[in-house]
Design a protein around this ligand. Sequence first.
Ligand code: E4P
Length: 215
Amino acid sequence: MKFFLDTANLDEIREAVSIGLLDGVTTNPTLVAKEGAEFKQRVIEICEIVRGPVSAEVTATDTEGMCTQGRELAKLHPWVVVKVPTTKAGLKAGKCLVGDGIKVNCTLVFSASQALLVAKTGATYVSPFLGRLDDISHVGMDLVRDIVTIYRNYGYKTQVLAASLRHPLHIVDAAKAGADVATMPYKVFDQLFKHPLTDKGLDQFLKDWEKAKVQ
Ligand code: E4P
């Protein structure tokens, strides 16, 4: 499973890269706005740090506008993946960008039927938003399972990118469901490392070691 960070914060990305476990980054307009950075410059900076796929989202809502923005974004850096919303206009733009040889991530996916359409456009990634489904009392993970089954049935190459992940169990369940990628906030990435029994056990080992040394 590939690990992406869902952030536009450079410190968080640098930290994850330094551990050696980061495969890519996803951003969205909300995350970029939160950083108060110039969008295109920030996308380039992220690409330079990650050296892996970086999703940057279009903000136009019509097909032509999305295609124009998508082409501009793709020119920023070879690692840019253009994120388009999974609307009819977005899928049309996605198909057109794929035709230009640009990697596309179809975002805001909430149903298996949308995911089926995404695969047919030839997009590189489909992004089901699990946490947001959980928020409205739907089991988000069921959607990942459905998409993985459908894609396997037909051999679609589009990678399932589990998004809107809110806690470590989301990552584990997405891995069990067969998602190709999990994108997560830095806080969740950090939580994956932690277990109180590891800390307790290490503490005891070191205490015993010290005791043995003084004997
Ligand atoms: C993924 O590409 C999205 O940016 C992200 O996972 C959305 O997560 P949220 O629902 O926590 O905002």
